[in-house]
Design a protein around this ligand. Structure first.
Ligand code: GLU
Length: 552
């Protein structure tokens, strides 16, 4: 019995690896093109950290005219959920980050380097496992769970590292004939890698993000093929990223300690190792303590949260780039109107330790992103959101699209656009008073500020509609008339006049216009009142002011 015979006994029907090497040739891409991937398990849940990694990979691959693909890592079939793949694909689509290659639905894929779902690559992994066995670099292991437990106990008692390595291994040293006998007797086994490593020696790793890191060599004889015939993550990573011709493995830094093993696997398989870029997790400040964003504790850890809230995907991506490359903020300041695609992203400028996630900052970014949208875009996005999350509101907005476009167009498309919308779920609150069915049913009250006296308020409002209000006035004239009203009633027509001679005036023009603003909107702060009046129209302005007078 030799290694070749043993390999044949274990995997009699798999192809020779030369078949796969030829089937998946080195990609014909321009110099410097990055090939990278997003490789989630199909649990259906996309963590914001996963989206962050995918965004980084999508960005560097696009910027180098490379390839970004989606591989589904479903070798741990216990974790799989129904339609989990679709959930991932939809999330990428929602963020306009669809892959160039890979899975495109629960069952379909695109690209020449597939299958892109690991459970469908079983025979490929087995071909490479066979290749290792043939060379004496892998072997069947018959150890039962009880044996492994015993080994662990012995190691703990001897105060030594746990695991299956060196002198602690059993099956590594088993004569091939005995292996043959056990296999023929139908004993259960898995396949282990025969590690050539010596932990007293160091390997030098240069990580694109973390820089130079030294590790002891790996000496663990890790499992490469499990009892169900599927590979472990480590082995699948080596085989897949080699055959899919990945140039850069961009992944979470929880995998950094596995680098010595992965490089060893690549080397023993005769593959050129890829470059590695290990991304630190997104952190959250929790009462002064920095901790990872947690799926269990933080709703914002789920990508679906952003869509439910109606935070535009552009804003989330812009914010993630912000925390990914610290020079993004300066770039944005200098390039206010450019698309984020024009930002030159650098993997090696990513932070080595975890970037801090700040929801308030994200919402600020979002306000700016939305402020640059046209009324038409705000309309479409709000309707899209409201159709799912607030159908009644969608109906109100859609009832008169032209009117809604005017409402959403207030203080938009000018030099200093309104920045009061951070998410589509804010729109209702922001435009409520522009729709009678919402305004009349709201629980807001007329709350006046400086001018409080009922008779005085009545007089301001009555005089305004009788003498000073004209819907056809241009902005300057409109404002001048407001000042005239103020003056007639003993208020300063300019704030600075009032400040100069406090005793001379009752208050100033701003206080007068607040009375009108409250009558029209029940708010103290709104966007430009001139624009609001124009959108409401003459009759509505008069009717609202009259209604307010009646309540006094
Ligand atoms: N399935 C692995 C994970 O979700 C992928 C890691 C990788 O990108 O290689 O952690």
């Amino acid at each position: 019995m030799d290694n070749k015979e043993l390999a044949n006994l274990i995997f009699p029907n798999v192809k020779d690896i030369s078949y796969y090497e030829a089937k998946y040739p080195v990609r014909d891409l321009p110099e410097g093109a990055v090939v990278s991937r997003f490789a989630p398990s199909p649990t259906g849940f996309v963590h914001i950290g996963g989206l962050y990694q995918a965004l980084v990979a999508r960005t560097v691959t696009s910027q180098t005219n490379g390839v970004f693909f989606l591989r589904i890592e479903d070798t741990d079939q216990k974790r799989e959920i129904e339609n989990g793949i679709e959930g991932i694909i939809d999330s990428l689509k929602d963020f306009d980050m669809s892959p160039d290659e890979g899975m495109i639905s629960q069952t379909e894929e695109r690209g020449e380097y597939g299958p892109y779902k690991q459970s469908e690559r079983k025979e490929i992994y087995q071909a490479y496992a066979k290749y290792l066995i043939e060379q004496g670099k892998a072997y069947p292991c018959f150890c039962t769970a009880e044996t492994l437990e015993q080994i662990r106990k012995n190691q703990e008692a001897a105060m030594e590292r746990t695991g299956y390595y060196g002198k602690w291994t059993r099956c590594r040293k088993m004569p091939l004939d005995l292996m043959k006998e056990k296999i023929e007797n139908g004993e259960n086994y898995i396949i282990r890698f025969k590690s050539p490593g010596n932990p007293d020696k160091k390997i030098k790793h240069h990580d694109v993000i973390k820089g130079n890191v030294d590790f002891p060599e790996n000496d663990q004889d890790i499992v490469i093929i499990k009892a169900d015939g599927l590979p472990t993550y480590h082995f699948a990573h080596a085989v897949d990223d080699h055959l899919m011709r990945t140039t850069h493995v961009i992944r979470s830094d929880e995998w950094l300690p596995s680098v010595p093993l992965h490089i060893q696997l690549f080397t023993e398989l005769g593959f050129k190792p890829p470059k590695y870029a290990h991304i630190a997790p997104i952190m959250k400040n929790d009462n002064g303590n920095k901790r990872k964003l947690s799926k269990r504790k933080d709703p914002e850890a789920a990508v679906s949260y952003y869509l439910e809230q109606g935070i535009p995907s552009d804003a989330v991506k812009e914010y993630l780039l912000n925390i990914a490359n610290s020079n993004f903020e300066n770039w944005r300041r200098a390039n206010k109107d450019k698309s984020i695609d024009e930002f030159e992203f650098h993997l090696n400028k990513m932070s080595v330790s975890g970037a801090l996630f700040d929801m308030i900052k994200l919402l600020d970014v979002s306000k700016i992103v939305i402020s640059k949208y046209s009324a038409e875009k705000v309309y479409n996005e709000t309707i899209k959101w409201a159709n799912v999350f607030d159908k009644d509101f969608a109906n109100i907005l859609e009832k008169d699209k032209d009117y809604t476009l005017k409402v959403l167009g207030i203080e938009r498309g000018n030099q200093k656009p309104r920045k009061d919308i951070a998410k589509w779920s804010d729109v209702k609150e922001n435009v409520l008073y522009m729709y009678n069915e919402l305004f009349e049913n709201s629980n807001e009250n007329y709350e006046f500020q400086v001018i409080q006296e009922k008779e005085e308020i009545k007089e301001v409002l009555t005089k305004y509609i009788e003498k000073y209000f004209n819907i056809d006035d241009d902005k300057q004239l409109w404002f001048d008339r407001m000042k005239d009203l103020a003056e007639e009633m003993g208020y300063a027509r300019e704030v600075k006049l009032f400040k100069a001679e406090l005793n001379k005036y009752k208050a100033h023009v701003g206080d007068v216009s607040t009375v009108i603003r409250v009558a029209l909107t029940k708010r103290h702060n709104t966007p430009d009142m001139y624009e609001i009046m124009n959108v409401l129209g003459k009759d509505e302005v008069i009717s609202r002011i009259q209604k307010c007078i009646e309540t006094l």
